[in-house]
Design a protein around this ligand. Structure first.
Ligand code: G4F
Length: 326
């Protein structure tokens, strides 16, 4: 019998990469689409899987809806990737962020419990939980110090996931994913803003790239690698919490240097402007994960290096902008 997976956040970055992987593994994939006047299938089309996913209209913020969707599909696995995922907006959108990022997963967990406790649940947890942690390298035992409304909402969901696992013996797993990027990353995130901006500068379409805090450091991996970790967590013998990272760290400046190098521009500083509007009330300055538990338990390791990731993103944006020039 084919396995059925329900993926929320199907039109984001991770949803399409995960759906592609699940389809390759012969799953029937159902994507939850929140009601919109116009749906954006760009990312699913980019991976050529739009036609292969079954779409169900619904919203994680509505318990009745999630109960109905889960009763109807009876999935074996639910991957909750739906989120207000942009940390920078979460101060202005703190209620919406809480509704989606905290109460959304709670609605799904309750729906699973009421429909069939055997359904497995994956929660997209995040390195933002660590905030400005005192520890230089973060693993599953590092204390959380969330620093934004986004991270605080995600912390609630993290603990609810653990709580359902312990209270009801349900298969509920947290993937604590560090930053993961790709050519279909939203343009508002710093890596894609840079790769797209660099491509536009190279094509003469844009003069400057306007950014905020260039000193922040992140552990950046490739989204395509990280969805494999999600799937492996759901196949493990028992549910648990896993850090997914690369064990390396780079600054925004490092990203800029490599991205401009890819288009043969060495004096990159002259193309950068700083605008305080892109700075956050509190920023997370330094994140670097330790994925050893995922490696030892699941056999997962990242395949794409930081340099390869930057090159992939810049090349794809350059291709797009050059095509649009014709
Ligand atoms: O690219 P960012 O917006 O990603 P951030 O805040 O680290 O969060 C992302 O990764 C998390 C971990 O996986 C996810 F939970 C979350 O949903 C999201 O996917 O910002 C990265 C850093 C920040 O320090 C920010 O202040 O880049 C700095 N930055 C500097 N200039 C900028 C800019 N960020 C953005 N978005 N835009 C700028 O112009």
């Amino acid at each position: 019998m084919k396995k059925r997976a329900l993926v929320t956040g199907i039109t984001g970055q991770d949803g399409p990469y995960l759906a592609k992987l699940l389809l390759e593994k012969n799953y029937d994939v159902y994507g939850l689409l929140p009601r919109r006047s116009k749906q954006d299938f760009y990312n699913l089309n980019y991976l050529s899987i739009k036609k292969d996913v079954e779409y169900v209209v619904g919203d994680v913020t509505d318990y009745n809806c999630m109960h109905k969707v889960i009763s109807k599909i009876k999935p074996h696995e639910v991957y909750n990737l739906a989120a207000q995922s942009f940390v920078g907006n979460s101060w202005e959108l703190s209620s919406v962020t809480s509704d989606i990022n905290a109460f959304g997963p709670l609605n799904i967990l309750n729906a699973i419990k009421n429909v069939d406790e055997k359904i497995k649940f994956y929660q997209a947890s995040t390195s933002e939980l660590y905030g400005n942690s005192c520890e230089k390298i973060q693993n599953e035992n590092t204390k959380f110090e969330p620093s934004s409304p986004y991270a605080i909402a995600k912390l609630y969901a993290y603990w609810m996931t653990v709580n359902f696992r312990k209270s009801y013996n349900m298969f509920c797993t947290n993937g604590i994913l560090f930053n993961h990027e790709s050519p279909i990353r939203g343009i508002e995130f710093v890596t894609r803003k840079i790769s797209d901006g660099v491509a536009q500068i190279k094509c003469g379409k844009q003069k400057y790239l306007t950014l905020g805090n260039l000193d922040a450091k992140r552990d950046w991996g490739f989204a395509g690698d990280y969805v494999e970790a999600m799937w492996l967590m759901m196949q493990a013998e028992k549910p648990d919490d896993f850090v997914v990272a690369t064990n390396t760290q780079f600054s925004i400046r490092d990203f800029l240097r490599l991205a401009f190098k890819e288009v043969n521009i060495s004096n990159w500083e002259q193309y950068i402007k700083i605008n305080k509007d892109f700075k956050r009330p509190v920023d997370v300055n330094s994140l670097c994960g330790n994925y050893n538990k995922a490696k030892n338990t699941l056999g997962w390791v990242p395949k794409t290096s930081f340099k390869e990731l930057v090159q992939l993103m810049v090349r794809e944006d350059l291709k797009r902008h050059e095509k649009q020039n014709i």
